[in-house]
Design a protein around this ligand. Structure first.
Ligand code: MG
Ligand code: MG
Length: 274
C-alpha cells in the first residue's frame, strides 16, 4: 500500500465529487434490488450510471478485478464477483462500488436486505452500520488509528460478533488504497495520529459468528469460515479543521428506500445539498 498522502481542500473536493458519484450509484441500485435480479444485472446498471456521470468504474481492472461492483451476498464478506445467480428473498448483499474522476477515487459500500430478512441478520446490519459511525466519530485530530479500531471492535464484540482482521480500511485519493491502513480492531493510543488533510475509507466488515475468514478458489471472494452472514458498510471521510466530514452519503439509498435517517447529520458539511 502506498504511503499516507495528505490532501488540500481542493483535492478533497475532487474526492467528494467521485464519492458522490458512488453514493448516487448505490442509490440507483437500492431501487433495483429485489428477489430475482442477478448481481451481474446490477453490475451493468452501475457501470452505465457511473459512465453517464462522467466517471470510470474504480474497481474494473484494478488489480485485474473483472467487474464494476464487488457483490458479496450472505456469508461472503467482501470482494465477491457479480454472477448470474438471482438474489433471493431473505438474502443480504454487500455492494462495494468505486468511481474514478479527475484523477481521484471514491469508494464506499452498503449492505442491503433483499425483501424481508431474519431479525438476527437485521441486527447484524444495524450494529455494523452503527459501528461505522462510532469509528467516524473517533476520526478527530489528536486521536490515533488504534483508538478508532478499538472503538469499532468494542462496539461489535459486545454483541458477540466477529471483527474481520485480514481486511482493513485505507487512505483514499489518487490511488484507491493508500496509507494509513485502517483496521476495525486495535488498541487505544496505538498507531498513527490523525491530522488534517487525511481522507479515509472507513469500512467495518463484521461477521455474525467467528471473525475467521476463508477465500474461494476464484482468488477474490472472501467468506466467513463458519458460513454465518457478514455485513460491510463504508464511508469516505476527510479530516478538516480537526473534525471528520463525510464525503460520501447514504442519502440516495434512503431516498430510494423511503427511510428517514439522521445518522449522517453530525458529520455532514452544512448546508447539506443532495
Ligand atoms: Mg470499498
Ligand atoms: Mg475501501
Amino acid at each position: 500500500m502506498a504511503g499516507i498522502v495528505l490532501k488540500s481542500l481542493e483535492e478533497i473536493e475532487l474526492i467528494r465529487e467521485s464519492a458522490l458519484i458512488v453514493s448516487k450509484t448505490l442509490g440507483v441500485l437500492a431501487s433495483e434490488i429485489k428477489p430475482g435480479i442477478t448481481t451481474l444485472e446490477l453490475d451493468r446498471i452501475a457501470e452505465i450510471h457511473i459512465r453517464d456521470l462522467g466517471a470510470e468504474p474504480g474497481f474494473l481492472g484494478l488489480y485485474d478485478f473483472p467487474n464494476t461492483l464487488c457483490m458479496s451476498p450472505n456469508a461472503q464478506v467482501v470482494h465477491g464477483i457479480p454472477n448470474n445467480d438471482p438474489l433471493q428473498e431473505g438474502d443480504i448483499i454487500s455492494i462495494d462500488c468505486g468511481a474514478l474522476k479527475n484523477g481521484f477515487y471514491g469508494d464506499h459500500a452498503y449492505t442491503f436486505a433483499v425483501g424481508e430478512i431474519d431479525p438476527l441478520t437485521e441486527k447484524l446490519l444495524q450494529i455494523t452500520k452503527e459501528s461505522l459511525y462510532v469509528g467516524i466519530d473517533v476520526f478527530r485530530a489528536g486521536n490515533r488509528i488504534g483508538d478508532m479500531g478499538f472503538a469499532i471492535q468494542q462496539y461489535c464484540e459486545k454483541e458477540g460478533y466477529g471483527v474481520v482482521r485480514e481486511l482493513v480500511g485505507h487512505g483514499l485519493g489518487k490511488t484507491m488504497h493508500e496509507g494509513p491502513e485502517v483496521p476495525n480492531y486495535g488498541k487505544r493510543g496505538r498507531g498513527k495520529k490523525f491530522v488534517d488533510g487525511m481522507v479515509l475509507a472507513i469500512e467495518p466488515m463484521i461477521n455474525r459468528g467467528t471473525h475467521r475468514i476463508k477465500q474461494l478458489k476464484d482468488g477474490w471472494t472472501i467468506l466467513t469460515a463458519d458460513g454465518k452472514p457478514s455485513a460491510h458498510f463504508e464511508h469516505n471521510v476527510a479530516l478538516i479543521n480537526g473534525k471528520p466530514e463525510l464525503l460520501s452519503t447514504f442519502h440516495y439509498i434512503y431516498e430510494a428506500l423511503g427511510i428517514q435517517s439522521e445518522e449522517e447529520i453530525p458529520f455532514r458539511k452544512a448546508p447539506f445539498v443532495p
